[in-house]
Design a binder for this molecule. Structure first.
Ligand code: GDD
Ligand code: MG
Length: 353
C-alpha cells in the first residue's frame, strides 16, 4: 500500500480575496463542489492506498479533518507544522514519521492545489511508477509543456516519451528557470513540466535527504522526535522547528539527486496558482467569460466574474480582459494580465494591517 502525503500548508496568496490567510485556496471550492484538498485526498484513496498523512499549519487542522470526514476519510493522520518551512521539511517530517511506522512503505507526495480531471489515468500513472519507487528511485510525473512557464520545474528526458513503456530516467531536474531558459527548454522538445507530485519509498527519500541535505535531516528529526499528540492531531515540536531551514524539496533534493525517473502524464493537469488558471479551468460562455455564483456578464469579453458570496449581486457591463472577484468583505478588480501581481497586493495589504 502507498501512503498519500498531502501537503496542505501553502497560503495561495495569488488567489486573494477568495484564498485568505485563515482559509487558503486548497480548502476552498474553486471549481466543482469539492475543495482542491478534498479532490486530492479522494484521488488518493481506495484499495491501493493507506490512510493519508496530512501536513499543514495549526490554523488549518480542523478544516482539514472536517473536509476529510466529509469525504468518508476518517483515520488520516494530521501532522501540524509549527510554521511553514516550504516543502522539503514537510516531506521530510512525513518521511521520518512513516519511518517509525511503515519503514518499507511507499509514499505519494501530493500538493493540494492541483486539478487532475481523470482519476483513472492518474491511478494508471502511479501504477507505472510503482516498481521504480520500490527500487529506490524518486518518481516524478511529467506534463507536456505548452508555454515557457517560469513557475514550474522542468524534467530533462533521456528518451522519447511517446516510445517509452515505463518510467524514463531523467538527465536533469531544473526548478523554476528564468524566461530565456524556459523558452529554450520548451523549444528543444526534450523536457516535461514537473507536476509537483512525487512517488518514492520511505527509504529512498530518506537516503536522498541524507545525501543531499544532511543538516536538514538532523534539524527535522529533532523536531519530529518531540512531536506531541494534541486531540486527534500530532504537533511537531515548535522550539526545534525554529531551527529548520526554509527550502523546497525541488531545490533541496530533486535538482541534486541522480536517481530520478519520470512517468509522463497526459491525463490533464492544472496548477490552480492564479486567477488566470482558474478561469481557464472554469470553462467559458460564448464570449470567453468565466462566470461563477450569482454573477452576470453583460456585453463582456474574456473576463472573469466571480461572486463568492450569494448575498452580493455582481454584474459586469462592457468589460474586456478584466477580472472581478467579490467576497463578503473584499473585492478584487484587476486587469487580466496582472494575475501574477495579486501576490504583491496581498503583501501591500499586510503592511497596512
Ligand atoms: N505543509 C506544507 N508546508 N505544505 C506546503 C508548504 C509548507 O511550508 N509550502 C508549500 N506547501 C504545499 C502547497 O500548498 C502546495 O500544495 C505544494 O506544497 C507545492 O508548493 P507550491 O509553493 O505551490 O510549489 P510551486 O507550485 O511553486 O512548485 C512546485 O509545484 C510545481 C507544479 O505545480 C514544484 O514542485 C515545481 O517543480 C512544480 O512544477
Ligand atoms: Mg503550486
Amino acid at each position: 500500500q502507498i501512503t498519500p502525503v498531502l501537503l496542505a500548508g501553502g497560503s495561495g496568496t495569488r488567489l486573494w480575496p477568495l484564498s485568505r490567510k485563515s482559509y487558503p485556496k486548497q480548502f476552498t471550492k474553486l471549481v466543482g463542489d469539492q475543495s482542491l484538498f478534498q479532490a486530492s485526498a479522494c484521488r488518493l484513496s481506495g484499495p491501493d492506498y493507506a490512510e493519508p498523512v496530512v501536513i499543514t499549519g495549526s490554523d488549518f487542522r480542523f478544516i482539514a479533518t472536517e473536509q476529510l470526514r466529509a469525504e468518508g476519510i476518517e483515520n488520516g493522520t494530521v501532522l501540524i507544522e509549527p510554521e511553514g518551512r516550504n516543502t522539503a521539511p514537510a516531506v521530510l517530517a512525513a518521511a521520518l514519521w512513516l519511518e517509525a511506522r511503515d519503514p518499507d512503505g511507499l509514499m505519494l507526495v501530493a500538493p493540494s492545489d492541483h486539478i487532475i480531471p481523470s482519476s483513472a489515468e492518474f491511478a494508471a500513472a502511479v501504477q507505472m511508477g510503482k516498481d521504480a519507487a520500490i527500487d529506490g528511485n524518486l518518481v516524478t510525473f511529467g506534463i507536456a509543456p505548452n508555454r515557457p512557464e517560469t513557475a514550474y520545474g522542468y524534467l530533462e528526458l533521456t528518451a522519447d516519451p511517446s516510445e517509452a513503456k515505463g518510467p524514463i530516467p531523467l538527465a536533469r531536474f531544473v526548478e523554476k528557470p528564468d524566461r530565456e531558459t524556459a523558452q529554450a527548454m520548451l523549444d528543444s522538445g526534450n523536457y516535461l513540466w514537473n507536476g509537483g507530485i512525487f512517488l518514492f519509498s520511505v527509504k529512498g527519500i530518506l537516503d536522498a535527504f541524507h545525501t543531499h541535505a544532511p543538516q536538514l535531516v538532523d534539524q527535522v528529526r529533532t523536531a519530529v522526535e518531540k512531536t506531541q499528540p494534541d486531540l486527534d492531531f500530532f504537533r511537531i515540536d515548535p522550539e526545534a522547528w525554529k531551527a529548520v531551514e526554509d527550502i523546497s524539496i525541488d531545490y533541496a533534493v530533486m535538482e541534486k539527486a541522480d536517481n530520478l525517473v519520470v512517468v509522463p502524464f497526459n491525463g490533464g493537469w492544472s496548477d490552480l496558482g492564479d486567477w488566470d488558471s482558474v478561469s481557464r479551468e472554469m470553462g467559458s460562455d460564448g464570449d470567453g467569460n468565466a462566470v461563477h455564483g450569482s454573477a452576470t456578464a453583460v456585453d463582456c469579453a474574456n473576463s472573469l466574474l466571480r461572486a463568492e458570496d450569494d448575498g452580493v449581486e455582481l454584474v459586469g457591463l462592457g468589460l474586456k480582459d478584466v477580472m472581478v472577484v467579490s467576497t463578503r468583505d473584499a473585492v478584487l478588480v484587476a486587469d487580466k494580465s496582472r494575475a501574477q501581481d495579486v501576490k504583491k497586493v496581498v503583501d501591500q495589504l499586510k503592511q497596512k494591517d
